[in-house]
Design a protein around this ligand. Structure first.
Ligand code: NDP
Length: 294
């Protein structure tokens, strides 16, 4: 069984990005600049944004964190997005999800200038991705594609089963894996909460990808022996033995499933670090495009 090391692959991508960033900054006279909007102070979002800002530092980007209280009005947030869209010093920005219920995620995403939408959530970028045109691909699915590529995992002609159809993971990942490219050319099945006979379907998967947000949902009987398993899930479980009071586990029961499969991603250290690497790649691409370098 191969343990697919997302941390190592992400570090390798970041090292390459750091070299490319130095070249960019020398020729343009300023580094790529990524901003993150964080609404509220929920633990997981704080952690994700801090990791993104720290990675910016490592690769040589400028970064800005813009914080708002949970009770910010939707209109106020939209005006901030307008401001960032118009800021010539800023190449890309993200709005960390989830947002409070009184704010429409769709409105927020659609307000972002697609040229600065480095999370790749804007409908224009999603549409271009579906049409296999150059675009910012959604960061988590793109990170998974980079991981598949780095490990030389063959996807052409394989049956990929994806658990989850969210706009930010399952659906864009299905588009990327089914398009005519490498990696890609897979036969993709998307499952969701209304799928019947789930185990029957997951057992057909050559590559099984879990992105549903239910801790250890995927059990041994759901996996075909020899399959490759990619666990996108990040779930916080109370754990008094940890200083933080919790530990992270995936959507796959690693203990049960790992002995069965030919390769598997751990949680943490699998898909998570690749999401950040993909976000950095998108930001450098945005900076190059806005500086007339590509
Ligand atoms: P969502 O809650 O948006 O989507 C969950 C999906 O799972 C939905 O499509 C839902 O179906 C489906 N689902 C729920 N229950 C079942 C079930 N019993 N059987 C089959 N399908 C089911 O989650 P996200 O896509 O945002 O995130 C999924 C997981 O990935 C979470 O653990 C999240 O923390 C993690 N994540 C990790 C990232 C990383 O960088 N590693 C980045 C983003 C997310 P339906 O549509 O019918 O409701």
């Amino acid at each position: 069984m191969i343990l697919i090391d997302g941390k190592k692959t992400s570090t390798e991508i970041q090292e390459k990005l750091a070299r490319e960033t130095a070249e960019f900054s020398n020729s343009v006279g300023k580094p790529p600049h990524l901003a993150a909007i964080l609404v509220g102070n929920s633990g997981p979002s704080e952690t994700y944004v801090a990791a993104k800002m720290e990675t910016c530092r490592k690769v040589g980007f400028k970064s800005s964190l813009i914080r708002f209280e949970t009770d910010i009005k939707e209109e106020e947030l939209l005006l901030e997005i307008d401001r960032l869209n118009a800021d010539p010093d800023l190449h890309g920005f993200i709005v960390q999800l989830p947002l409070p219920n009184h704010i429409s995620v769709e409105k927020v995403i659609e307000r972002i200038d697609p040229r600065k939408d480095v999370d790749g959530f804007h409908p224009l970028n999603m549409g271009k991705m579906a049409k296999n045109q150059p675009s910012f691909a959604s960061a988590t699915p793109w990170g998974i594609m980079r991981l598949i590529e780095a490990y030389g995992i063959e996807t052409a002609g394989k049956h990929v089963v994806i658990l989850g159809r969210s706009q930010i993971v399952g659906l864009p990942l299905a588009l990327l894996l089914s398009r005519n490219s490498n990696p890609g050319n897979a036969t993709v099945t998307i499952c969701h909460s209304r799928t019947q006979n789930l185990t029957e379907i997951t057992r057909q998967a050559d590559i099984l990808i879990a992105a549903i947000g239910i801790p250890e949902f995927v059990k041994a009987e759901m996996v075909k022996p020899g399959a490759i398993v990619i666990d996108v899930g990040i779930n916080r479980i109370p754990d008094e033995s940890k200083k933080s009071g919790f530990r992270l586990i995936g959507d796959v029961d690693f203990q049960q499933v790992s002995p069965l499969c030919s390769a598997i991603t751990p949680v943490p250290g699998g898909v998570g670090p690749m999401t950040i690497a993909a976000l950095m790649e998108n930001t450098l691409m945005a900076a190059r495009q806005q500086s007339g370098l590509s």
